[in-house]
Design a binder for this molecule. Sequence first.
Ligand code: MG
Length: 407
Amino acid sequence: MNNQKYIALVDCDSFFVSCERKLNPELNGLPVSVVSGERGCVISRSREAKKLGVPMGIPLFQAVEKYPECIYIPANHYAYTKISKKVMAVLKEFSPNIQIYSIDEAFVDFTGLTKLYNKNYYELGLELQKRVWDEVNIPVTIGVSPSKTLAKLASDKAKNTLYRVALAGNRTGIKLLKRTEIDEVWGIGRKLGVKLRGYGIKTAYEFTQRDDAWIQKRFGKNGLVTKKELLGIMISPISNEVELPKSISDSKSFLEFTSDLEFLKNELSIHIHSCCKRLRKVECKCKTIGVMLKTKDFRTYYEKIDLGSPLDFEFDISKYAFKLLEKMYTSSNLYRSVGVVFEDFTQTAQEQLLLFEDNPKREKNEKLGKSLDILEKKFGRNIVRTGFIDKEVPFKQGFLTTPQDVE
Ligand SMILES: [Mg+2]
C-alpha cells in the first residue's frame, strides 16, 4: 500500500539507569538500580539487576538486605529530564512529526521516510536507534507498525530480539497478535484481561476476530478503536508539539504541628483538589502520584504510587493518596506539612487507547470534576470540598515543592 502510514514507538531501555551510566560509565555491566529518594523504592533496574532478581518497587532497605551486590543510586530527576530532552531532539531531527509520550517514550512518524533515507522501515528503526546512541549514549528499543497500539506491542516484543528493533506490518502483525496474551495489549489491564478471558478471549488475535457489534456492545467505542489499531488501522494519529508538564505539586505548612490523621487527610485533599484542577485545565491526567509528609523535626517521608491508569479526579486520586499517607503516618509523630506531587502525564484526548473498562463511571467522574471547576469559578476557591469535615485550623501561606526538593 502506498499511502500506508508507519509509526515507531521509541522506548529508552531502563531509562534512569541508562542516564546514570551515561553520567558515570563505570556503572556499565554492573547491577544497578535507581531508587526514588533515600527512603524510597527501586524505580529502574539494569539488566544485571533484573538478573539478580531485584524486583521493581521494592523498598530500598529490603533491597539492600536481599541483594547487597546491587548498586543503589538515588534518582536525579533533573538530570533525567535534561537527557530526555536530548533524546527527543534526536528523534525530532529524524522525523518532523513526533509525539512525546512520557519521559522515556515517544512515537515517531516514519511515513514517507523510506525514500528520504533510502531504507526500509526496519532499517529506519536501526538507523534511529544508532543515532540516539551515537549522539546521546542512551540505548533504545523500537517497535515499528502502522498503528500506535501495534507499535507498542512490537516494541515490547523487540525487547527479546538481538537488535531490539521489531517491525509489525500487516502480515507479521497477525503473527504477533497470535503470540500476544490479551492483557499484554496497551490499555488492557489485569482487570479487563480477566473479563475478556471470561468471554474466551485469550490472545490479542482472538479479540480482533470478534465482530464490531459484539465489541461495541461490551467495551464501547474504545474497544473498537483498540481492535482496529491491533489490525494495523491507525485511528489515533500522532499529535505533536504538545509539551506536557513534568510534574504538578502542592503543599503547605500548618500553623500548628499536628498528629491528627483526619486533619492531615483534609489538608491532603485540598492539595489534591488544587492539582486536579490544574491537570484538567491543561487537559491531562496523571499516572503517578506521590505524597510527602514532613515531621516537626524536619524528617521528610515520601511515598509514590503508580495509579495503574491515568486519573484526574479528586475522589479517585484521594483513595491512593490516603493509602500512602496512612503508610507513612505514625500517631506518635508531630507533623508540620503535607503535600502531593502528580507526575507521568498523558493527554486526555490521547487517552482513547487506554482503558475502555469502567467507561460510564469514568465519564461521570470526568463530568463531576469539570462541574467542580465551574462551581469554583463562580463561588470562589475551595467552595466544594471532596468529602471531609473542614476543621477550622488556619495555616500559613505555603511553599511549593518539587520531587527533587522532597527527596
Ligand atoms: Mg523505557
